[in-house]
Structure formats: structure tokens, C-alpha cells
Design a protein around this ligand. Structure first.
Ligand SMILES: Cc1cc2nc3c(=O)[nH]c(=O)nc-3n(C[C@H](O)[C@H](O)[C@H](O)COP(=O)(O)OP(=O)(O)OC[C@H]3O[C@@H](n4cnc5c(N)ncnc54)[C@H](O)[C@@H]3O)c2cc1C
Length: 502
């Protein structure tokens, strides 16, 4: 066996799909017998939306034809509106889809690609040696068995048994002052503005949908998600801890404390599952290492952030980064496994900044209110909005590149329309099989690259050639009329070895 992925959540399943596209059939161990029904994220935000399009998954996840469109209206940062209309080119993409559906789509895709998913199978221990890893697994009948494999990837949540078995620390910060409450609820139509959809709160003013408010006592948000009952949420500081089950009365009391108004929310009709959740505190942590010998970490096993909305943007792109490298190492291609942490960890570190800035700007106190006033003024400047939008999207960290590299190198390939002899095709469609690709845009069209598929095309760009990795990142590019073929071949050798398309 080549790879065992521990954890069949979104990131483990995404990795399994990537490995299968790379020609490796992994086994996924998932201790739950059925997909987790607990509502979690409501969608994908950031560059990951472009990436799912580059795997042909955008239509399945969104239920709409592609390509994804950038959000050029508003996004929220620390309960303040980010006016993305100020930007020429917004980096933020939104794909509203409940995590339960994301898991379902990825599980279906993995199965189509021949991945074996063992539900009800729990990892109970592992040891590694120079040649491989031995795992102990408990099956659905509580019988123990062993598996031997070349590599193991822990996609097994923040509590990651794989990370613990590898002895990898998970340093960071636990915030214990906040209590977040979230419910699915219905509000009487008398309280809603039919034109804007805002919640009319007497004495407070309208609360716009999806635009959280911060008061001196906490935060409140009202999110009427399509196809679901509205999601109502509060966050408060320094509340007495409670182990009692969360109730609707508790939620009403929390809203009253935050807004100073008794908002008459009611449980939604139907059986749900409906959210009725209290979370005390939160964690912002990044694993000390993403790799220990033959063990790797992806997703929440590698990083968690107290500020929401980032987990899947990071985790699914971890999977897309690691998948082809692991497949190449197994199939005798170049060993570039150490670039996984070198490329992905700086993005997790940057997300700490994202998380902590929001936490600071949302916290109570008059000094923070003053800071928010100034911050709000800065948000009228396009340059400031660009910095924050790039931060939200995870679009501000370039993968490491050598001196003198072309400006596109180390970034995801631009979304080009390519005119080929067979017709016009989007770059996102060409890279769906997750193979290295040379796009020859030279006038002569005479670039060649052993072992790499070549597409000759024209496009509205100054670039004359692009070498793409399977994850659609630019490995090499040229804007010369006659690109340097030695440079191209050296890059192919460095990233893919030869041959790569066997
Ligand atoms: C309330 C809430 C709201 C969130 N909102 C957002 C949001 O809006 N946007 C966003 O991007 N992220 C959000 N997140 C974070 C997001 O849900 C996580 O980042 C994501 O689920 C992580 O996926 P994963 O595959 O890494 O881990 P998980 O989804 O946790 O999957 C890990 C899997 O490993 C399995 N497992 C664990 N141990 C073993 C074992 N020993 N053997 C076999 N299997 C094992 C578990 O059963 C589980 O299925 C939210 C999280 C929560 C809790």
C-alpha cells in the first residue's frame, strides 16, 4: 500500500482525490460510519474557489455553471465592510456550500477515482521505520488489524492522532474569554425590511444581512443563507462558563445583552439538522512541523484559527499542494516533498495575522472602538482594501522562488482564455487532470518539453510561455519572444524529474 490518509473530512478527501489523479490509489480511514452531520462551514472563501474550478468541482459544489466570478461587491473584515468595488481585480471568491455537501461531493469524486474509503475504521496507533509505516486500526466490529504503507497523511482534525504519534507540537494561543452562540432561527416578518432584508432592531437601527455588528458588549450577526433558515450568532466576552445544553432562551438572552433589545427569534420548523451551538473560547495554533519522516499533516491537523472562514481555504489547498508531490515520490518522479511545508507553512503563519487582527478589532472596550473608527477611515482607501482582501483570500504569499524568477512564478496561474487550433478553452479546464503542462504562447510555437504535455495557443497576455505544476502554480514562465529552453528544461527536471507522464 502506498498511502493511507487518516480522516475522511474535506481535506483528507481532497487529498485522496489528488493522489488518485496522480496515479496513486490511497486508502482513507475514517472512524465515523457516516458523514458528520454537524453543521460547520457555510462555504468556501478565497483562492480555494479557483482551485476547485481547476479540478472540475465548481459546478458540483455550487450547482451553477462556471467559471467562478470574483466578489466585487462587499466582504466583511472584523464586522467592518470591505468595499471590494474599490479594487480593479478582487481576489476574493465565495462559494456558498455547506460543509456537509462539500464532504459528500468530495467523497463521490474520490470514489469515482477509485479511492478506497473505509468508514468506521479508526486509527489506534502507528510506528514508522526507514521503509514504511505500520498502522493499527480498529474496524467497525471492534476488531484490530494492521496496515503497512509507505506514507501516512494525518487529515484527522485538530486533535490529530497522527500528529500526536509523530510527537509534533501544536503551539499557539487558546482564547478563553469569548463565548460564541449560533442558532438557525426564524424572525417575524414584521422585524424584516422587505427591500434590504435587514433586521430592524428598535433603538439600534437596521442590521444588514451578512454584515455583523459590534457593540460595546459583543457581536451580533444575521445571515439568511439560501435554502436554509437564517443563521443568528452572537459573541460575548467574559461570560460564566456553562456545561448545560444550549437553549433558545439562552440565545435570546445573549442577543438582548449584546443589542439591548429582546429580538423575538423562534426555532425553525422541520427536523433539521438545525444549529443550536455554544462554543467557549477558540484556538489559533500551527503544528511545529508538517512532516515527520513518512508522516505528513494537512488541514486542521496542521493548523486551526479562532477566526472562522479560513480553515477550508487553507486545508484544501494544503491537500492540492501535497497530493501531486506525494504521488510523484511514490511513482519515481522528483522528490520535492520537503517543498510542501516550505510552501504551505508561511500561508498558515500569515493566517495567524488574519485571525489575531480580527480578534483584536472585535474585542470590547472604548480603546478598541477608537481603533475601529480609524480603521474604518482607512478602509475607504483602495490600497488598504487590497491588502486586507489579499489577506482574506490567502492571495498574498508567493511560494519561494529563485533569484530573477519571472513575476508569475510561485503564484497560481492566471485565469487565461486560450485559443487553440481545437477552439477556445479556459486554462482552468486544461489543468483538471492534474498533470504538468507547458503552455506555448510563442509566435513560432516550437517549444518542446520531454515528458510534459504541451498546449500551443494564443491568449491576451504578454507572457510567451507558462510551465504549470499539477496544482496549477507557475513553475516557470517567460515573456521573451524566444524563451530560454535550457531554463525550461532545468525547471522540468527540478520539479518533475523525467519522464513525468508515464
Ligand atoms: C462551527 C464551525 C464553523 C466553521 N466555519 C468555517 C467556515 O465558515 N469556513 C471555513 O473555511 N472553515 C470553517 N470551519 C473550519 C472547518 O470546518 C475545518 O477547517 C474543516 O472541517 C477541517 O477539515 P479536516 O478535513 O482537516 O478535518 P475534519 O473535518 O475535522 O475531519 C477529520 C476527520 O478525521 C477523522 N478522524 C479523527 N481521528 C481519527 C482516527 N483516529 N481514525 C480515523 N479517523 C479519524 C474524524 O472523524 C473526521 O471525520 C468551521 C468549523 C466549525 C467547528
Amino acid at each position: 500500500m502506498d498511502v493511507v490518509v487518516v480522516g475522511g473530512g474535506p481535506n483528507g478527501l481532497m487529498l485522496a482525490c489528488e493522489l488518485a489523479l496522480g496515479g496513486v490509489r490511497p486508502v482513507v480511514l475514517e472512524r465515523l460510519t457516516e458523514p458528520n452531520k454537524e453543521p460547520r462551514s457555510n462555504g468556501l472563501v478565497g483562492q480555494v474557489v479557483r482551485m476547485v474550478d481547476r479540478r472540475g468541482l465548481f459546478e458540483r459544489l455550487s450547482g451553477q455553471p462556471g467559471p467562478p466570478q470574483a466578489n466585487s461587491s462587499y466582504f466583511i473584515f472584523a464586522a467592518m465592510p470591505l468595499n471590494l468595488g474599490l479594487l480593479d481585480d478582487s481576489p476574493i471568491y465565495n462559494l456558498p456550500v455547506p460543509e456537509i455537501k462539500t464532504v459528500q461531493v468530495l467523497e463521490e469524486r474520490a470514489t469515482e477515482l477509485g479511492v478506497e474509503i473505509r468508514r468506521g475504521h479508526e486509527l489506534t496507533g502507528l510506528t514508522q521505520d526507514d521503509d514504511g509505516v505500520t498502522l493499527t486500526v480498529r474496524d467497525p466490529d471492534a476488531q484490530a488489524y494492521e496496515l503497512r504503507t509507505s506514507y501516512v497523511v494525518g487529515a484527522d482534525s485538530a486533535h490529530s492522532p497522527v500528529r500526536k504519534a509523530a510527537g509534533i507540537d501544536f503551539p499557539g494561543v487558546t482564547y478563553d474569554r469569548t463565548t460564541s452562540r449560533t442558532v438557525h432561527a426564524v424572525v417575524s416578518h414584521n422585524w424584516l425590511d422587505p427591500t434590504t432584508g435587514a433586521l430592524k432592531v428598535p433603538g439600534h437601527g437596521p442590521v444588514m444581512p451578512f454584515l455583523p455588528v459590534r457593540t460595546a458588549r459583543g457581536g451580533f450577526s444575521y445571515a439568511p443563507l439560501p435554502g436554509l433558515p437564517p443563521l443568528v450568532a452572537t459573541v460575548e466576552w467574559d461570560q460564566p462558563e456553562s456545561d448545560e445544553p444550549m437553549t433558545f432562551d439562552e440565545m435570546r438572552a445573549s442577543i438582548n445583552r449584546v443589542l439591548g433589545v429582546d429580538v423575538p427569534i423562534e426555532p425553525p420548523p422541520g427536523t433539521g439538522p438545525h444549529v443550536l451551538r455554544r462554543i467557549n473560547g477558540g484556538n489559533t495554533r500551527v503544528a511545529d512541523r508538517y512532516r515527520d519522516g513518512r508522516l505528513f499533516l494537512v488541514g486542521d491537523a496542521a493548523h486551526v484559527f479562532a477566526a472562522g472562514g479560513t480553515g477550508l481555504n487553507l486545508g484544501m489547498q494544503d491537500a492540492i499542494n501535497l497530493g501531486w508531490k506525494l504521488a510523484a515520490a511514490i511513482r519515481g518522479g522528483a522528490d520535492v516533498l520537503d517543498t510542501y511545508e516550505a510552501e504551505r507553512r508561511p500561508i498558515a503563519d500569515r493566517t495567524i495575522t488574519y485571525s489575531q487582527t480580527q480578534a483584536a478589532l472585535l474585542s470590547p472596550g472604548d480603546d478598541i472602538t477608537g481603533l475601529r473608527q480609524l480603521f474604518g477611515e482607512l478602509l475607504t482607501q483602495p490600497g488598504v482594501v487590497q491588502v486586507l482582501a489579499d489577506l482574506v483570500a490567502g492571495a498574498d504569499v508567493r511560494y519561494p522562488v529563485g533569484d530573477g524568477a519571472h513575476p508569475l512564478t510561485g503564484w497560481p496561474a492566471p485565469d487565461l482564455n486560450l485559443h487553440t487550433p481545437d477552439g477556445t478553452v479556459r486554462l482552468a479546464e486544461l489543468i483538471r487532470r492534474a498533470k504538468p503542462l507547458l503552455i506555448d504562447l510563442t509566435e513560432d510555437g516550437d517549444l518542446h518539453a520531454d515528458g510534459v504535455e504541451v498546449v500551443r495557443a494564443t491568449a491576451a497576455t504578454d507572457v510567451s510561455a507558462l510551465l504549470l505544476r499539477p496544482d496549477s502554480y507557475v513553475a516557470w514562465a517567460s515573456s521573451e519572444t524566444h524563451p530560454n529552453q535550457d531554463e525550461l528544461h532545468n525547471t522540468i527536471q527540478q520539479w518533475f524529474g523525467v519522464p513525468v507522464n508515464a
